[in-house]
Design a protein around this ligand. Structure first.
Ligand SMILES: [Zn+2]
Ligand SMILES: [Zn+2]
Length: 274
């Protein structure tokens, strides 16, 4: 079996930012493809889904796990061309919605007039949907265990942990931390993972100055969590569009000086466990 890989297709938060000043780290919003052998497990459907789409030649199925349904995490979905292939299938799962709301209806709503010219029924791939209760565990394929945890975010969000052959990876976005001590339940959830991908929208300085209460976290809070959970590697993710390449280079330098097993995720990066 091929070694697992993590492909970062969209690493921004909040809004796309395709300007030349942001080209090094990229401007696509959240979308990550975790590939175990031939099994593609995709975190979120931001505009990075367009880049993922162009990489899917020959792929017949993906499992799409949504953290939540804020625009930056779903706005790539209506443009997902793979869904016009009748031989393609996509299973979408979400756990953040309140009782009585369903992910199928929410995704269909993205494609209703006057927002979009075609309804979801125009897709002729096999689309399926599952609503789960955050906190539940399930299995994908034969041997990929999925854990879920509720994150502190406006309208709710789900954090995920995948434990599969050769790779354990946690996807923790969007989240607002509480104080300087990591949430012990979250530290246990990410414990010993090979890779922690975390909402690093801000720096601690920005958080204290203006970002408290906005529902997002900082790279320093992510690093405190990574250390509390003894994770193997820490990926700085969900970059604020206000952070151009110069600002991201400064964050990368400061973060890697503090923790050697840390990196800034950027669009197009393919990461493999050592
Ligand atoms: Zn977001
Ligand atoms: Zn959000």
């Amino acid at each position: 079996m091929k070694s697992p890989v993590v492909c970062f297709w969209g690493t921004r938060g909040s809004a796309p930012c395709p300007e030349p000043s942001h080209a090094k780290y990229g401007g696509h919003t959240s979308c990550i493809d975790v590939i175990y052998g031939d099994h593609h497990i995709v975190f979120d459907a931001g505009t990075g889904l367009q880049a993922l789409d162009r990489s899917l030649a020959g792929v017949g199925h993906i499992d799409l796990l949504l953290s939540h349904t804020h625009f930056d995490h779903v706005c790539g979905f209506p443009h997902f061309k793979a869904l016009f292939n009748p031989n393609f299938s996509c299973h979408i799962r979400a756990g953040h919605l309140p009782e009585g709301e369903y992910i199928e209806a929410i995704m269909a709503g993205l494609m209703e007039p006057p927002y979009f010219p075609m309804p979801m029924s125009f897709f002729n791939a096999q689309l399926s949907f599952t609503d789960f209760r955050v906190g539940e565990r399930f299995i994908l394929g034969s041997d990929i265990r999925v854990g879920t945890i509720a994150l502190n975010h406006t309208n709710g969000a789900t954090g995920y942990r995948l434990d599969g052959p050769g790779l354990s990876v946690c996807y923790i976005t969007d989240i607002e931390h509480d104080g300087l001590v990591p949430d012990p339940d979250l530290a246990t959830f990410v414990s010993q993972a090979d890779l922690l991908i975390y909402d690093c929208s801000y720096t601690d300085e920005e958080y204290d100055a203006f970002a408290k209460g906005r529902g997002h976290s900082t790279w320093q809070a992510g690093m405190r969590l990574a250390k509390a959970g003894s994770v193997g590697n820490f990926a700085i993710f969900h970059h604020d569009p206000a952070h151009d390449d110069i600002a991201m280079d400064a964050i990368a330098a400061e973060a890697t000086a503090e923790m050697s097993n840390c990196f800034v995720a950027r669009d197009g990066l393919v990461w493999q466990p050592a």
